[in-house]
Design a protein around this ligand. Structure first.
Ligand SMILES: *Cc1c(COP(=O)(O)O)cnc(C)c1O
Length: 419
């Protein structure tokens, strides 16, 4: 294929005619902003003071000693404001939208992490914010819904289709087609129609650029970089400065779910259940069923539970530059516990997939090599998923007691009693 917006045969801009103009406007504005020192300076200031960058590179010395192989280093993206790498993209796109004269931002969200980052960025920059979220996800992810509303965003429940992430994307696209004059659609991963995959990679590449400096400062012999891959934004940002180099190895961890069977995972590159498709405005590899329809996916981590993958990540997988591996739910949970106990760091469930892949790789390598894992987020947000697994009885008792307390009206005293 080729042409702008393509990565080998993947990518492109498969949208309704009405969205061609806003996408072209966005592409031009993005190019101009990146060439404008004033934009870069403002973005750098937000990265430093709002996000808290640069994020540290932590040597996991206890974990590495226990494994007896390569030295594992953790890129601590989980320390970024709002708890994950998503804010790198959200604040940058919001700043670009403001520069374009847009006053309103819309976004899609699945588990709510991207919605949260977008809501926070909009509050900071004084932009109106509406977040489309499947009704099923709204019900499942109340803590994030509450936080988005606290930031002043409007959460719009989507009742079409399966009422999850893919339907939220469709609704956001529909909104944008009617509102682009004053509205920017802030896509949350390295996918969607061009220029989104390029733009999101550029804004997330701060992760890889910092890592490159941190490698040089410490003179590390890096064998591999490891990242989890949902849509692919943390991975492509982390890998970005290294893609055109022969080393280090770049390893993407997909969600292996509960097994290799259909509907049991979200492994688009490792499994055999995926094929080329055009969905949500771009061409890539998607998990499909026998009828060629987008398949249901399964993963303990909401952020990896998506049937598609960013077009550049698909292309780099086929060319062999990125090696993919599938990590099961149970392995991710083990890795989460391992790093918590050995390093005092709780990985997000998504990131724990990368952690598990890093453990396997480190064991097979000599001690003078380094393996760097991107901890895309921290695990506080997963307490409602991990606690029922690790401490089922205690967690159930806690929830029951909370419900009793609310029903007794005691909370009114707690919140009303400060006057
Ligand atoms: C959303 C999310 C992911 C997956 O998204 P990518 O675009 O693949 O990076 C991974 N980790 C965390 C912590 C997330 O919130």
């Amino acid at each position: 294929m080729g042409g702008t917006g393509y990565f080998d045969r993947f990518g492109g801009r498969y949208v309704a005619e009405v969205l061609r103009a806003p996408l072209e406007e966005l592409e031009a504005a993005f190019g101009q902003a990146m060439a404008d020192p004033a934009f870069i300076a403002e973005l750098d200031g937000l990265r430093r003071d709002f996000i808290g960058r640069p994020t540290p590179l932590l040597r996991a010395e206890n974990a590495s000693r226990e494994l007896g192989g390569a030295q594992i280093y953790i890129k601590m993206e989980g320390l970024a404001h709002t708890g994950a790498h998503k804010i790198n993209n959200a604040i940058a796109q919001a700043l670009l939208a403001k520069r374009m004269g847009k006053t309103r931002i819309i976004a899609e969200t699945g588990a709510g992490q991207h919605g949260l980052a977008t809501a926070s960025a909009c509050a900071r920059l004084g932009l109106d914010c509406a977040v489309y979220m499947g009704e099923v996800d709204v019900r499942r992810q109340q803590p994030n819904v509450a936080a988005m509303e606290l930031y002043g965003a409007r959460v719009v429940p989507v009742t079409s289709g399966s009422r999850t992430l893919k339907d939220a994307i469709n609704e956001a696209m529909r909104d944008w087609a009617a509102s682009f004059q004053n509205t920017h659609y802030l896509i949350g991963s390295a996918l969607g129609p061009a220029p989104f995959p390029d733009m999101v990679r550029t804004f997330q590449s701060v992760i890889g650029l910092e890592t490159r400096d941190q490698i040089a400062e410490r003179d590390l012999r890096v064998e591999a970089l490891v990242a989890c891959v949902g849509g692919g934004s943390n991975a492509i940002g982390f890998f970005s400065p290294f893609i055109d180099l022969p080393s280090p190895r770049l390893i993407g961890a997909e969600a292996g779910g509960i097994g290799p069977g259909p509907g049991e995972n979200a492994a688009r590159m490792v499994g055999s259940a995926s094929g080329d498709g055009i969905i949500h405005g771009y061409k890539s590899r998607f998990l499909t069923d026998e009828d060629g329809q987008v398949a249901e996916t399964r993963s303990i981590s909401a952020g990896l539970d998506y049937p598609g993958i960013g077009p550049q990540l698909a292309a780099l997988g086929e060319s062999g530059r990125i090696e993919y591996t599938a990590v099961r739910d149970s392995e991710a949970l083990e890795a989460l516990k391992f790093f918590a106990r050995n390093e005092g760091v709780i990985f997000a469930l998504e990131s724990a997939h990368a952690g598990a892949a890093a453990i396997t790789l480190a064991k097979s390598l000599p001690k003078d090599r380094a393996v760097i894992v991107n901890m895309s987020g921290r695990g506080d947000k997963d307490i409602f998923i991990t606690s029922p697994v690790f401490r089922p009885a205690e967690w159930k008792a806690f929830l029951k007691a909370e419900l009793d307390r609310l029903e007794s009206g005691e909370d009114i005293h707690v919140f009303g009693g400060h006057s």
